[in-house]
Every structure is written in C-alpha cells, then in structure tokens.
Design a protein around this ligand. Structure first.
Ligand code: HEM
Length: 499
C-alpha cells in the first residue's frame, strides 16, 4: 500500500519539474529501497513474534505438564498423610494402627502411649486428643507471661556466660539454650510450675540431651548397624531426671484423671502428680515440634537473612498474641518458619494396607512392616510451587493473602498434617508459640548481642562446635536441619562496650 501511495504521489501534477525529471533515476529507487527495508523489518518483527508466540505455547504446555506433575505428586503426599492410600474402607482404628506402627520405635524408646504411638487403643487416642485439645485451646493462657518466661531464661543464660568471661568475647551453646528455653516454656505452660526459675538448669539440659539421644536411637536409619527388629532401650537417666522435677498437673484441670498412682509430695506447684512416661507423652508432641523450628527460624530470620521489615511486623509481639485482628502480621513469621523448617520433615505411615486390622500390635511384628513417607519439607520448598527464585528465602510476606497462590494455599502447605488427624495445635496455638519464641530469641540474641558460629570456634586450646564452617563463610548455603547437625552451633557474644 505504501509503495502504491508513493508511486501515485510521484505521478501527481503538483510535483515539481525537477522532481519529475529525477524521479525515475533517484527518488523511485530510493523509495523502493526504503520500502524493501521496511518490509524486511516487518518480516523480522513478525517472525520474532511468531517465535515468541510459539515459545509461549511450548512453555505453557511445559508449565501445564509440570504443574500437572507437581499436583499429582502433591496428591500422593497428601494421600499418605490423610490415609486415603489405605482405601475408603479403612476405619479410624486402621488409621491409628498405620500411624502408630510407623512410630513403634518412638514408643519403645520413650515408653509413651499417646495418639501417635498407641496402635490399637482407640480410647487412648480419644482421651489424649481431648486433653491435648483442651490444653491448646485454653482460654486463660497469658502469652505475655509465656514470652517473659522465655526471656528470663535466655537473659540468665547470657548473664552466666558473661560472668565467666567478664568483658571479653565468649560463646554460649545455641542449640542447648534454645532447647532449654522451649522446654522451660512447655513445662511452665503444662504443669503447676509456680516459679520457672526454680527448674534446675542441669535437669533441663539432661532432659533435652536424653530426648535427643533417644530420638536418634528410635530412628533405625540413623543407626545402620542396628537391625530393624532390635528394640531401642529406654533411658533411665531421662526418667529419673523428669521424676526429680516433681511436676504436677494443676488441680483445676480435672480432665486429666488417669493418675491414681499420683506421685504426691512437694512439687514445683500444687496438683496431680504424673509418671515420667505420662509427662513425656504430654510434652513430646509440644517440645519436639518446637525447638528445632524455633532455632532454625531464629538463626535464619535474625542472623543469616535479616530483613528490616521483620522488626515492624513483630512489633506488637507478645501483647498481640491471642487477638486475631492484631496478631495476623506476627503469625506470618511462624507460618514462614514452619514452611521452611516443618517440625515433621516427613510423615510416615505403615505402607501395607493388608496389615490393617492386624490383631498383633507387638513391636517386633510392626518392625517388619515397610513405610510410606510424605515429604512435607519438599512440598514446602518445591521451586515449581513456591517460585523458582527464592523458595529457600525466609520471607513472611509470602503469606500475605494477595501473594499466596491457590496451589500454595490449598494443596502444598500442611505443617500440622491434614484431616482427619490434623494436629489440635493447628488452630493458632502452634503459630503463637513459634512466633513468641522466635521473636524473643531475635530480640535477646540478635546480631547486636552476638554472632552465630556454625563450627570451628577456638576456645583456648580446643574448639567448640562441630558444625560445618562453610556455613560461617557463605550465607547462601541452606541451613542443615538434622537434630544432630545443629548441636555444635554457638553464639559468639560481642565484647561488652563500657560507656
Ligand atoms: C508447632 C507446634 C506443632 C506442630 C507443628 C505439630 C505437628 C503435628 C503433626 C504434623 C501431627 C501429625 C503427625 C502424624 O499424623 O503422624 C500432629 C499430631 C498431633 N499433635 Fe501436634 N504439633 C504441634 C504442637 C502440638 C501440641 C502443643 C499438642 C498438644 C499436646 C499437639 C498434639 C497433637 C496430637 C494429639 C496429635 C494427633 C492428632 C490426631 O491424631 O487427631 N501438637 N502434630
């Protein structure tokens, strides 16, 4: 069309004489050349667009296929957790059997009978679930007081470390500090402990370390030499140390009445006494789900990936906790903590449906059953779900409702497991506890107080910490999450500046 217009223009009578004279020799070839150039450019532009279009179509197809595969994989993980894999005919009793059979080594190592370990006793499950639900939904819980309990413990730890070093820089074992702080808060929240400072520190350290040892013992895979049928032995030291605390259930809590053999005597508070195994049965689902996620999230959020917006986000903690309108921003810290570091990295079920309704609940028969595992950690970190750029970044804002994709919200995030056996702490208690503890650690042990060292800290002639020193040098390396991998971490306290 342009060519036609140009030629027509040339033919117009008002064109000057000169133009008319030179047109055939100069202007027309120039116009022709210009038009050809335009044509080539248009062609190239068109080709590029077609390529982009094709590229988009192919990528779309790939994305659809990738998204389909991811969704299928997620459904598989979920079907292990929610027992769909066992078939529609499986009863509640079957569910409990499949779960507890997968946990038989934990039951043996700790001697605990609760919803997660009792294979056949539906009543045990029901009564434990009822106690747990009442506990987590307790209306009178004072979150500011719980925060204060943690803060007092942490400040005492730092004061003790400073006392021995004077103004010089010194180190304090970080995992031990976090474990004992979590344990103190859990014991205070569950039992009639009137003064948590009266809990002997050495007893807390022993309980935390024995629980750790027993837990590792209960994992067959962490002991390759141990045949699967070998029953893990209990820890007498753990039982004795727990007994020495004389813990009591507060009398007001009439729901827990399974203690005819009450220990009696003087406790740290008044109430009903419990056997060590009963105490462990109560505190394990709480302490064990807390300390690792709290430690890892604190180190990530305050030391390795500090983000100035965090301080604002949590400014109302702990006073806001328990108030749904006020706590929303703060609780995103817990949600992101549990996304990156879910308390249960994997959820196991006994694999074979044919073992359902087996009348044998003995540990040795259970031990020969193979396991199915749902990978929570991968569901929470998968780049195709959480974005290819920063799935390992601690970013609470990803839980802003406008940012969460339907896939993230509906399918791929389940730190408290799924119905029909979802954890009762799902309804707020777990998130509040994690936020309170992570924020408390961040404020008391943040970068202005000290620096986290992961390995190779020299103390006199020896060295403290056995973690990888690569972590000290490269902040982009993801933190290891194994319970034995964090034990050597220390906080190197800054030298005190005298004003
Ligand atoms: C951050 C805190 C917590 C997290 C992340 C958490 C996580 C979980 C998970 C993943 C399960 C399912 C395990 C499985 O099916 O194999 C579970 C079950 C359970 N948890 Fe928690 N938990 C937390 C705190 C608590 C607390 C404080 C209690 C209270 C004592 C509790 C009591 C229970 C009970 C009773 C079950 C069994 C529920 C059922 O079978 O219906 N949890 N928890």
């Amino acid at each position: 069309m342009l060519a036609f217009a140009a030629i027509s223009l040339c033919q117009l009578k008002f064109l000057s004489h000169y133009t008319y004279q030179y047109a055939p020799r100069v202007i027309l070839p120039a116009i022709g050349f210009f038009l050809c150039l335009l044509l080539v450019i248009a062609l190239l532009y068109h080709l590029q667009n077609s390529y982009r279009f094709l590229d988009d179509v192919l990528r779309g197809l790939n994305n659809t296929e990738e998204s389909h595969n991811v969704q299928q994989w997620l459904h598989q993980q979920r079907s292990v957790i929610n027992f769909e894999f066992a078939g529609p005919a499986a009863t509640k009793q079957d569910h409990l059997f499949l779960r507890a059979s997968a946990n038989w080594r934990v039951r043996e190592a700790f001697g605990i009978e609760n919803s997660l370990t009792a294979t056949l006793a539906l009543d045990t499950h029901k009564s434990f679930l009822s106690i747990a639900s009442q506990h987590v939904n307790k209306r009178t819980r004072d979150w500011t007081r719980l925060y204060q309990v943690a803060k007092t413990f942490i400040q005492a730890e730092i004061a003790a470390a400073r006392l021995t070093s004077g103004r010089r820089s010194t180190t304090t074992p970080l995992a031990e500090c976090v474990q004992c702080a979590c344990l103190t808060v859990v014991l205070f929240d569950n039992f009639a402990v009137t003064d948590p400072r009266a809990l002997p520190r050495q007893a807390l350290v022993t309980i935390a370390s024995e629980i750790n040892k027993q837990w590792l013992k209960s994992k067959a895979k962490s002991e390759p030499d141990l045949p699967d049928t070998q029953v893990p032995t209990r820890s007498a030291l753990l039982s004795e140390t727990i007994s020495s605390l004389n813990l009591m259930i507060p009398r007001a809590d009439e729901s827990y009445n399974a203690h005819d053999d009450a220990a009696g005597g003087e406790g740290l508070g008044l109430g009903l006494g419990l056997r060590p195994e009963e105490i462990l049965g109560l505190i394990m689902p709480q302490y064990e789900t807390l300390w690792r996620v709290v430690l890892l999230a604190f180190v990530t959020a305050y030391h390795r990936q500090p983000d100035p917006s965090l301080v604002k986000r949590v400014e109302k903690v702990p006073e806001c906790l328990g108030n749904p309108a006020e706590e929303r921003e703060g609780l995103k810290v817990a949600k992101e903590s549990l996304r990156l570091y879910p308390s249960n990295k994997r959820i196991y079920r006994c694999a074979h449906a044919e073992s359902l309704t087996s009348s044998s609940s003995s540990s040795s028969s259970s031990s020969s059953l193979s396991l199915s595992a749902a990978d929570l950690e991968l569901s929470h970190r998968h780049p195709s779900i959480w974005g290819p750029d920063d799935p390992l970044r601690f970013r609470p804002s990803r839980f802003d409702p406008s940012e969460l994709t339907p896939l993230q919200r509906k399918l791929s995030y389940f730190p408290y497991s799924l119905r029909p056996h979802r954890c009762p702490a799902f309804s707020g208690f777990g998130d509040r506890m994690i936020t309170a503890l992570v924020v408390c650690l961040g404020r008391e042990l943040g970068p202005s107080v000290g620096r986290v060292r992961f390995g190779g800290v020299q103390v006199g002639a020896g060295s403290l910490g056995n973690g990888s020193s690569e972590l000290d040098l490269d902040e982009s390396i993801p933190l290891p999450t194994g319970r034995d991998e964090v034990q050597g971490w220390v906080l190197e306290l800054n030298e005190m500046v005298m004003i």
